[in-house]
Unconditional design. Structure first.
Length: 98
């Protein structure tokens, strides 16, 4: 299905980003923070995308967690008219700034 295709594409993109991270020990902490935040954002992206396309009674799908994200950002996301677009923008900024 299209949902499985999208999930696969996001998985492959995330895997590639993780694989291409620097291996040097002097950047270990920065790389680990990047990788962890990236995976959390992908988790949120997948959850938000499913909420948009599925008819759920309560929209309660689990994500990994929100560690590394500011409370203001989470608050903004809850008010966003298009959470998927917002999360994609966050991911793009994370990647460019890495």
């Amino acid at each position: 299905t299209l949902v499985q295709t999208v999930r696969g594409e996001w998985f492959n993109a995330t895997s590639s980003l993780i694989a291409f991270c620097a291996k040097s020990s002097d950047k270990h902490q920065q790389v680990e923070q990047f990788q962890q935040l990236l995976v959390r954002l992908v988790s949120m992206l997948h959850c938000s995308a499913l909420q948009q396309v599925c008819e759920l009674e309560d929209n309660s799908l689990e994500i990994i967690d929100t560690t590394g994200m500011r409370k203001e950002s989470i608050s903004h996301l809850t008010r966003s008219p298009d959470r998927v677009e917002t999360i994609l923008q966050w991911m793009q900024r994370l990647i460019v700034e890495a």
